[in-house]
Design a binder for this molecule. Structure first.
Ligand code: SF4
Length: 403
């Protein structure tokens, strides 16, 4: 008899399938008939499978093989979009793609991106993420991420901030609290900042998070009016009162930045309401109002206003409400650090191996020299070798085209 226990996997038997949830928000299905081919099995608890008449080693190997086969069908629960699990044996490095992994821009703020997918659908979303997204998603094994981050920290060899700036909502990632605790323990890290829409937080979670003394929450808040907040968030399920409670509660326990996006035509009048509400709080978080901008891959629902107009508004509100609204580089303590060498440069022709579909349908993720390269207009054939010309190399984010 063999028992297989998994912390990051949750099992549920449904009709003729075993539904396997990975890190809470991602799932695949394994037919029971194929599991029974390993050996007769039963579900002991949501994290444990038991196989009869088979040794532990054989059950481990056979289940791992079967699970890997069905990992190819992994999907994000909230959208049904295809998802790729990136783990230490996936053959996919964590540097090279702007949508997942580690992004190092030769500065003292290192970005990490654990997952894609979002439970909102904001009208201003600069990456077009959310409930209506049709893009492919990624989710990364926590220990692999921490291990690769440590390698980069050893290279940088200076105090840094780790910014969890996911293309999506970070608290959809099942291991987020543990990841933050792991990063908190890294002596080289002085600050951990995380961008979140706040909807998945509650007071108990904030109490646990607040034990991480390096953690700062960057919370979205785009309106005080309930109806306008739902329109801007792109879903009726959005509850602004919950998010306000979270901001008020968290501000008393850890550093918080509230970051509304001024989206002309949607929440113009709400900015002053937000300022007034922030001023009523027992502990006032930093308020960093942002200007809505158009992005190539964004959900560009509104018109941009010019920077002159935007800053004029900030100046007016600053003096009217006696509150600091103009934040600059000095508020974020960004410092230039060592350049990370690039294994290839724009114009180079290289050979790489296709490992996964990339974010946009029709594009693939190819791997060479421990870097990811996004290749648009390329058919997905796992492990196929392709020749590509590098067309972008800035900050070790690589794009290439087939030659
Ligand atoms: S802006 Fe943030 S919260 Fe809104 S849809 Fe995009 S990722 Fe989600």
């Amino acid at each position: 008899m063999a028992q297989l226990h998994f912390v990051t996997l949750t099992f549920q038997q449904k009709e003729d399938h075993l539904v396997v949830s990975l890190l809470t928000q991602f799932q695949t299905k394994i037919p029971l008939s194929e599991l029974n081919q390993i050996a007769p099995f039963q579900l002991i608890d949501p994290h444990t499978l038991e196989f009869q008449k088979i040794s532990q080693d054989k059950a481990d190997i056979k289940f791992s093989h079967l699970f890997n086969k069905y990992l190819d069908s992994l999907a994000t629960k909230i959208t049904g979009n295809k998802a790729t699990y990136i783990h230490s044996n996936s053959g996919i490095p964590l540097i090279g793609n702007v949508a997942f992994g580690i992004v190092y821009r030769n500065s003292s703020i290192i970005e990490i991106k654990t997952n894609n997918a979002c439970n909102l659908d904001c009208v201003y979303c600069s990456i077009g993420e959310g409930l209506s997204s049709k893009k492919n998603d990624f989710v990364i094994e926590k220990d692999y991420l921490v291990q690769e981050l440590q390698k980069l920290l050893d290279f940088v060899n200076e105090p840094v901030e780790i910014h969890i700036g996911v293309q999506g909502e970070p608290f959809l990632y099942g291991d987020m609290e543990q990841l933050i605790a792991d990063i908190q323990a890294l002596p080289q890290v002085h600050t951990i900042s995380i961008d979140t829409n706040g909807t998945l937080l509650n007071k108990e979670k904030i109490d646990r998070l607040a034990k991480n003394t390096k953690l700062q929450l960057n919370l979205s808040l785009d309106a005080i009016d309930e109806k306008i907040a739902k329109v801007v968030a792109g879903t009726n399920a959005y509850n602004i009162n919950h998010v306000k409670d979270i901001i008020a509660y968290a501000s008393e326990r850890m550093p918080v930045i509230v970051a509304p996006v001024f989206t002309h035509g949607y929440n113009d009048a709400e900015m002053e309401n937000i300022i007034q509400w922030i001023k009523t709080l027992k502990v006032q978080p930093i308020l960093g109002i942002q200007n809505f901008l158009h992005y190539k891959t964004g959900r560009n629902a509104a018109k941009e206003i010019s920077w002159e107009e935007f800053y004029a508004k900030l100046d007016t509100w600053q003096s009217k409400y006696n509150i600091k609204l103009r934040l600059d580089k000095n508020d974020f303590h960004i410092k230039k650090t060592k350049d990370l060498p690039k294994p290839f440069h724009c114009g180079d022709i290289i050979t790489a191996t296709i490992k996964a579909v990339d974010r946009f349908p029709g594009s693939v993720l190819a791997v060479a020299e421990n870097r990811n390269i996004s290749v648009p207009n390329c058919e997905y054939k796992k492990d196929k070798r392709i020749k590509i010309k590098i067309t972008r190399d800035k900050h070790n984010i690589f794009v290439g085209s087939l030659v």
